[in-house]
Design a protein around this ligand. Structure first.
Ligand code: S3P
Length: 432
């Protein structure tokens, strides 16, 4: 994919539905009694992997791809059946493998769960630890704390213990895994994390009828609720909106309205970063549906200032760091990103990949152990960008290419299908 400087982004756009919420809608819809209808579902490869796993677990799911509508015919907390293919394949989806493992740990049938070449390298020890503390029978088949994971090998009658787990990482996938296993435990399950991570699981579980309690950095759930099917309207994904926000900020004369974007405070770090950078950005039409707030975001081209971020804001923008790094190259002064070591275990080692690719484009950027330091203001030039099959890298560097001199070529651009299949059509669709 070749990207060249383009004219301003003007008018309005809608980005696809939120990936995290779409996954959870399939999972909780499947474990509920009755029908769950989901609108604005993200038809990206990751969420399709979740659908295919639950179909294999015996849940009928109807898909109307053109209308982004999904109907799940839930069978209740005990309605899953042994997978038709012994092995459940999550593709590239970290959310599917970690959350579904929590659910499978509570089932009285054996299963094996695995995924693509990237998934089998990502750390699963972080979910094995709490699940084993709950007395789940789960092992890494190759004994390397990675997938494939074998769950309840002997198909025994499962009894999980409720625990209070203190997670060393602020990870919604770890927290959600334990809370979902907690649906099948013999008492309350609590998770405390160092900083609050995205809370979509807690919000949606409550909406479906579970008893969830949240206080500061701790979320807890009581076992065996009756979950009831419902309607879910998925807001646009702020992680996808971030590429349009950034493009409008750095391409001269842009003025763009991004409609219907989720602005859950556990996800809105990118908005805070824009404000700290002195960007011209405002929210309109703020509303809440199913506990999830959303808004239209108006962005205008701006002169940006370098900033320092770290600590509790990091989990609220963890997936936006590739595009924040790009933005920082167009800001005046120094940007420091710290406490973001989690970037090393995403779909690629994002610290390494961001720094290498931005350096190739002429940026002044240095990797650190837990982030990076960028001295903004250097003119970027086009380069060959290796996306490492990481969707967020491909999209962030497309935006960089829109404001860089010369032409930028993105290798393996089709990886955007993971979270935003129409990305190139949408981002390159202005001025045509
Ligand atoms: C996600 C949580 C985050 C995020 C991922 C989606 C989720 O991962 O990076 O893209 O839907 O729960 P961690 O929980 O590992 O931080």
């Amino acid at each position: 994919m070749i990207i060249k400087k383009n004219g301003p982004l003007k008018g309005s756009i809608r980005v696809p539905g939120d990936k995290s919420i779409s996954h959870r809608a399939i999972m909780l819809g499947s474990l509920s009694d009755g029908k769950t209808e989901v609108d604005n579902f993200l038809m990206g490869d990751d969420c399709i992997s979740t659908i295919s796993c639950f179909r294999q677990l015996g849940i009928p799911i109807d898909l109307d791809s053109n209308k982004h509508k999904v109907t799940i015919h839930g069978k209740g907390l005990d309605g899953l059946t042994a997978p038709s293919n012994q092995v459940l394949d999550v593709g590239n989806s970290g959310t599917t493998i970690r959350l579904l493992s929590g659910i499978l740990a509570g089932q009285s049938f054996p299963s094996i769960i695995t995924g693509d070449a990237s998934i089998v390298k990502r750390p699963m020890g972080r979910i094995l630890t709490p699940l084993r503390q709950m007395d789940a029978d789960i092992e890494s088949k190759d004994n390397n704390n990675c997938a494939p994971l074998q769950i309840n090998k002997l198909g025994r009658n499962v009894k999980l213990n409720g625990i209070h787990y203190h997670s060393p990482v602020a990870s919604a996938q770890v927290k959600s895994c334990a809370l979902l296993a907690g649906l099948y435990a013999d008492g309350e399950t609590k998770v405390t994390e160092p900083y609050v991570s995205r809370n979509h699981t807690e919000l949606m579980l409550s909406e479906f009828g579970a008893s969830v309690h949240v206080s500061d950095n701790t979320a807890s759930i009581l076992p065996r609720p009756k979950l009831t099917g419902r309607k879910i309207n998925v807001p646009g994904d702020i992680s996808s909106a971030a590429y349009f926000i950034a493009a409008a900020l750095i391409v001269a004369n842009s003025e763009l309205l991004i409609k219907n974007v989720g602005i859950n405070p556990t996800r809105d770090g990118i908005l805070q970063v824009c404000r700290m950078m002195e960007a011209d950005i405002s929210l309109e039409n703020i509303r809440t549906d199913g506990g999830e707030p959303s808004a239209d975001i108006l962005v205008r081209h701006s002169n940006l200032k370098g900033i320092e971020i770290g600590g509790s804001i990091i989990p609220t923008l963890i997936d936006e760091i590739p595009i924040i790094a790009v933005l920082s190259c167009f800001a005046e002064g120094k940007t420091i990103i710290k406490n973001a070591e989690e970037l090393k275990v995403k779909e690629s080692n994002r610290i390494e990949v961001i720094v290498k690719n931005l350096t190739n484009m002429g940026a002044d950027i240095t990797a650190t152990d837990d982030g990076m330091i960028i001295n903004g203001g250097k003119t970027l030039h086009g380069a060959k960008i290796d996306s490492k099959l990481d969707h967020r890298i491909a999209m962030a560097f497309t935006v960089a290419g829109l404001a860089a001199d010369g032409s930028t070529s993105i290798l393996d651009p089709e990886c955007v299908n993971i979270s935003y299949p129409e990305f190139f059509k949408d981002i390159l669709g202005f001025n045509q």
